[in-house]
Design a binder for this molecule. Structure first.
Ligand SMILES: [Zn+2]
Length: 618
């Protein structure tokens, strides 16, 4: 766009005028709550999984039924222009809890990453400041094994695991059970005379959409909104008393979502592939005595929640990393210039070898770095239908070039130590100790691969309806279209196993391994299947190096293979390591109990099996 000096002057004047208007309209923001009698305010963080920014009543959605959240929003401060940095549960919650971008804390996907123990979180910082800390989790991606449990006195992530829910669905706990457990802790903590930090995570709106009555009937034509309405109602026993209660004793409440849901927009059904507004934009509400009610149109980001909560609690940022924190407290007056917001969607790069997606929200534009780059004007084109890259590519390229430089791009999973990778590669189980392609063309752009994405959803859908032979046919088609894609290979193996076609599954997994298209998950499955058919020596050759990574699932698998091989004492040692790695793992206790039985240790067997049933009644 050519600009004459006159135009520039006019533009500057307009910007100044807009700035003044915004300054005048900007509501006054109170300093953080005074800390009386040495008592800091209670803090409640509520994250609702997969909740679109526009799926709530307070965002103007008349079909949605969210009376509890609407009431909180009406009395609180609403940020209608808030964004996540990831479109997946674990990395997004890690951003919220650490106040860091994903490239800073290193958690890039739901599996294969664990938060390093050196990184402070809201829980570790508030705990060190004297808070009692409790987390109540609704979905498996936030299981304690991924490292967000640090700093919590109680990290309750009991889910209905090992319940035969099917290979692809994530284990979850219904929101009313999560809130009931959270409330019990909240009340019991009151007697201890310390301030409380409570984190409640509701998984309900996540697919599959299966709301309980009366929401199932009421939202029969839109089950997603039914799940949202159910989640809202589950929060009533927690939020109702705050809203009705004594304002002076009110906690500081933050409500947000980790990401949204595409619901078919841009061809995407759920979330994780793209970073369009359907999944990147999130609801964000602050409520409490230090919060001035109203709508705050400033851009807000997940990384801003960390400094906001700490300011409300009167606790300073962790000293060692202050310079790393790009976020700013949303209780402070606006900064002079709007801040950029980094985002990424890397699952398809990690699981499938597709081009990695990242970008930045910059002065009202969304810039997406892909082989086929995209630029959108979010105000004029909130549906992101008109790619402006052709018109603005010079400026866009400049902004995208300023994205952080990473030591290796795309990043790699960290679930296996280099020694294990090397050992698996030397045995021919992995193509190389890290074989992801680093050059991507338009054919690797997720926009071009959306048809394949739909096919993969089709495999999951057919499997969940029990149409396993059709699922196998579709999975074979996926593998044929992109044979180097590890997740397609894994889908094929898992559908064959579900259909009871074990020998075909073994052949498919061996073929994937020979091609170098096997992921650690597929290798674990290969090891388990080899053990089941009595090829224990081969099973142990795969599972040994995998388990060296220390993941509870791989340790479970190795323990099973060892016990299959009759090496019961070693099997027991490994099962004990699995339990230590994830004390909430019902399967590990079951496995331990079965080994104890075979060793004739009746009392230990009874205790371990009882524990397994306690953790997962089904
Ligand atoms: Zn999520």
């Amino acid at each position: 766009m050519a600009s004459t000096p006159e135009k520039t002057v006019r533009l500057v004047l307009v910007l100044l005028a807009v700035g003044l208007l915004l300054g005048m309209a900007r509501p006054r923001v109170l300093p953080p709550a005074p800390i009386v009698h040495g008592q800091r305010p209670d803090v409640v963080l509520i994250t609702i999984d997969t909740l679109r920014a526009d799926a709530v009543g307070f965002a103007g959605n008349r079909r949605a039924a969210t009376p509890v959240l609407d009431r909180l929003a009406a009395a609180g401060r609403v940020f209608p222009n808030a964004h996540a940095h990831n479109v997946l549960t674990l990395p997004s919650h890690t951003n919220i809890l650490t106040g860091l971008y994903p490239y800073q804390h290193g958690v890039r996907d739901n599996s294969g990453f664990r938060l390093a123990s050196s990184i402070p979180t809201l829980a570790t910082v508030l705990h060190a400041a004297g808070y009692g800390t409790g987390a109540f989790i609704g979905g498996f991606p936030l299981d304690a094994q991924f490292g967000l449990n640090r700093g919590f006195d109680v990290y309750d992530c009991r889910l209905n695991r090992g319940s035969g829910a099917g290979g692809f669905a994530s284990a979850e706990r219904r929101g009313d059970q999560v809130v009931a457990a959270a409330l019990a802790w909240w009340r019991q903590q009151r007697a201890k005379g310390r301030p409380r930090f409570l984190w409640v995570h509701l998984f309900d709106p996540h697919a599959p959409y299966d709301p309980p009555e009366p929401f199932r009937s009421r939202f029969a034509s839109n089950l997603y909104l039914g799940e949202v309405a159910a989640a809202d109602s589950f929060l009533a026993p927690l939020l109702g008393p705050f809203l009705d209660g004594n304002a002076a004793a009110a906690p500081f409440v933050v409500v947000t979502a980790d990401h949204g849901e595409s619901l078919g927009e841009h061809g995407e059904l759920t979330h994780g592939l793209f970073a369009y507004e359907a999944t990147l934009k999130v609801p964000l509400v602050l409520w409490g005595r230090s919060v001035i009610p109203g709508r705050d149109l400033r851009p807000a980001r997940h990384i801003d929640i960390f400094p906001t909560v700490l300011q409300a609690a009167g606790v300073s940022l962790p000293a060692s990393g202050v310079r790393a924190y790009a976020g700013r407290s949303l209780l402070s007056p606006a900064a002079a210039a709007p801040e950029d917001s980094y985002f990424e969607a890397l699952s398809a790069a990690l699981d499938r070898g597709w081009a990695p997606l990242r970008g930045v929200l910059h002065r009202g534009r969304k810039l997406i770095s892909l082989p086929l780059p995209e630029v959108y004007d979010l105000e004029r084109d909130p549906r992101e239908a008109h790619n402006l890259y052709g018109r603005e590519h010079a400026r866009a390229r400049e902004v995208l070039l300023a994205l952080p430089r990473e030591p290796s791009w795309p990043p790699r999973r960290q679930d296996l130590p280099p020694e294990s990778l090397a050992r698996l590669a030397s045995l021919g189980y992995l193509a190389s100790a890290g074989g992801a392609p680093v050059r991507f063309g338009p054919e690797d752009d997720p926009k071009r691969l959306i048809g394949l994405e739909r096919q993969m959803h089709g495999v999951v859908e057919l499997s969940s309806r029990g149409r396993l032979d059709a699922a196998v046919r579709l999975a074979r088609d996926v593998v044929a279209r992109r044979p180097q894609m590890p997740i397609g290979q894994r889908m094929l193996a898992e559908t064959l196993l579900a259909a009871g076609r074990t020998q075909e599954a073994l052949a498919a997994m061996e073929a994937a391994r020979r091609r170098g298209a096997a992921s650690p998950e597929l290798l674990r499955q290969l090891g388990l299947t080899l053990a089941q058919v009595g090829r224990t020596a081969e099973a142990l050759a795969v599972l040994g190096p995998l388990a060296a990574g220390g993941s509870p699932q791989s340790l479970d698998a190795l323990s099973l293979a060892l016990s299959q091989a009759g090496r019961l004492r070693e099997a027991a040692d490994v099962a004990r390591r699995a339990i230590a790695a994830d004390p909430g793992d019902a399967r590990a206790y079951q496995q331990m109990g079965m080994i104890e039985l075979r060793l004739g240790r009746w009392n230990e067997a009874r205790d371990d099996l009882r524990k397994a049933v306690e953790l997962s009644p089904r």
